[in-house]
Write a protein that binds this ligand. Structure first.
Ligand code: ADP
Ligand code: ADP
Length: 242
């Protein structure tokens, strides 16, 4: 069984000027321990595809096709089941951590949120796990008591990664996780993500408009254009053909 399978997935937004087909008939597969890169210019449907995997799309979006996460049909799941799957089976790391983090909540409380949602920890257990996660992403445990504005962009992105890892999901979807960062920090965050995949055998879907970022991280590549996957295969082969 594959970790993730997409069969003919399409997503349409209902815009003010009519329907916007953002993803059109995408089929993809991802195995545990594998890193798949999804490239494509801005507007090609990459973020929409990422959000569709856990049904995190805006309400006016229509999704069709089949999305199988560890063999289970995501589009057919009840809300209760979906809640159980989010964070625990798969997490999404969104771009621009400054928007994704709550500015008035302590960092530790935000990282612990998925743990508490899943009833996987007592308050003390969550606190210990949070310290462990911060350390794993290269931040000192005392940062848990602080707030997002005290952190640099790279550090905030690390917090988002810690949060995504909290419940030890088998799949991480990272949507432009390094775009807002300067080149040195970008390299550090990429090294971190890559080592997590290697050490924990999780599947990674990494989305970027920047091919060099994907080349450094991914085994396979899919290139999107106007909502479709127009090319896919081993990273080396896709680069040779490009
Ligand atoms: P990418 O991540 O590759 O930049 P997106 O998935 O963000 O692409 O966008 C794909 C298409 O869907 C674009 O044409 C974009 O304008 C449109 N789109 C994205 N979000 C919405 C939305 N909430 N409502 C209407 N159209 C949207
Ligand atoms: P709410 O405001 O109710 O938290 P959201 O749309 O932010 O609504 O999130 C809906 C659900 O999806 C929540 O249960 C949240 O924990 C989960 N969720 C949000 N973001 C992610 C993510 N990046 N990865 C996994 N699950 C997420």
């Amino acid at each position: 069984m594959s970790l993730l399978e997409l069969h003919d997935v399409s997503v349409t937004y209902r815009g003010t000027a009519g329907d916007v087909p953002a993803v059109r008939g995408v089929s993809l597969g991802l195995e545990a321990g594998e890193a798949l890169g999804v490239a494509g210019e801005s507007g090609s449907g990459k973020s929409t595809l990422a959000m569709s995997l856990l049904r995190l799309l805006p309400r006016d979006a229509r999704v069709s096709g089949r999305i199988l996460l560890e063999g289970e049909d995501v589009l057919g799941m009840s809300w209760g089941r979906l809640r159980a799957v989010r964070w625990a089976s798969a997490s999404v790391v969104f771009q621009g951590a400054q928007h994704a983090l709550n500015p008035v909540r302590r960092i530790g409380d935000q990282i612990a949120e998925p743990l508490l949602v899943h009833g996987a920890a007592t308050r003390d257990g969550a606190r210990r796990r949070t310290a462990e996660l911060l350390e794993q992403v290269g931040l000192p445990a005392w940062r848990a008591r602080g707030y997002p504005h005290e952190l640099s962009g790279g550090q905030r992105q690390r917090v988002m990664i810690a949060m995504a890892l909290a419940c030890s999901p088998r799949l991480i979807v990272a949507d432009e996780p390094t775009t807002a960062l300067d080149v040195m920090i970008q390299a550090q965050v990429l090294t971190l993500i890559r080592s997590l995949v290697a050490e924990h055998g999780i599947g990674l879907m990494m989305i970027s408009h920047d091919l060099s970022v994907l080349a450094a991280t991914c085994d396979r590549l899919a290139i999107m254009y106007a909502g479709r996957v127009v090319e896919s295969g081993p990273a080396r082969q896709v680069f040779r053909d490009a």
